[in-house]
Write a protein that binds this ligand. Structure first.
Ligand SMILES: [Zn+2]
Length: 254
């Protein structure tokens, strides 16, 4: 997911996260309206960093792939700054590692035919390239059935900028756009007033799909396990974080 930018984001994401048990026992999540995924056409999934698309929407990607829907995954950045203080891996090496992890994760989801487009926008500076990103996404979205992008309220600067650019591009291309949260599950609480629950919808995931998603998340070894013994090489996504993404439902905002 990569280190957050912006002071509010740093505080929200650095603070201890919400226990997944609280989300799992909150009845509102299960009573959200069900979202029907497209059965045909092309779906474009935008990720600020390689892994966002799997954490936030991977189960849905698997369902879409098994339905034969054409998929395009857009990696806005290569996620090269997830470990800026690493003593063992350079940013360039991380970018290469994470591109491979994405491909392997998509394979686990049964989405081996998905096209992956890497835009190479600098990690932690998506906001500084938002206009360029919107233009690139407008081209990519031409003729698509649906755009799915990180939520604009995720309290992570790159996620929010990618979501804003996707919304602008989808508007220009005349394509509907859904927004998926990633860090929200960490910093928000059930019934949190900062979250637009009224516009939320859920996609239910059968057990086999949850299992595929769990296998896909496991592929992001550079994020879920320490790279080395030093503090700059700690896991970005320890088990209490990945737990938020292994439920039997995914949530999007419409
Ligand atoms: Zn991310």
């Amino acid at each position: 997911m990569t280190a957050p930018g912006g002071q509010a984001a740093v505080h929200a994401i650095d603070a201890p996260g919400t226990d997944e048990a609280l989300w799992r026992t909150w009845p509102v999540l299960r009573s959200l309206p069900t979202l029907d995924l497209p059965a045909r056409g092309r779906v474009v999934i935008v990720a600020a960093h390689p892994d966002d698309e799997v954490l936030g929407f991977g189960g849905s990607i698997s369902l879409l792939a098994s339905a034969g829907v054409e998929l395009t995954v857009v990696s806005v950045t290569d996620g090269e700054r997830s470990h800026p203080d690493s003593r063992v891996v350079s940013g360039a090496a991380l970018a290469a590692i994470r591109a491979v992890e994405t491909r392997e994760a998509l394979d686990e989801l049964g989405a081996d035919r998905a096209r992956v487009i890497r835009l190479g926008i600098p990690d932690t500076d998506v906001a500084g390239h938002e206009v360029l990103l919107a233009a690139e996404l407008t081209d990519i979205l031409s003729g698509a059935a649906l755009c799915v992008a990180p939520w604009t309220g995720d309290l992570h600067a790159d996620h929010e900028a990618a979501g804003r650019a996707a919304l602008r591009a989808a508007g220009a291309a005349g394509v509907p756009c859904l927004l998926y949260p990633v860090w929200m599950w960490h910093w928000a609480r059930p019934d949190d007033p900062r979250v637009p629950w009224d516009s939320a919808a859920r996609i239910g995931l059968p057990p086999a799909t949850v299992a595929r998603k769990a296998a896909a998340v496991e592929r992001f070894a550079s994020q879920i396990r320490p790279l080395g013994p030093g503090p700059g090489d700690a896991a970005i996504l320890p088990p209490d974080e990945t737990a938020h993404h292994l439920r039997d439902l995914e949530v999007v905002f419409r």
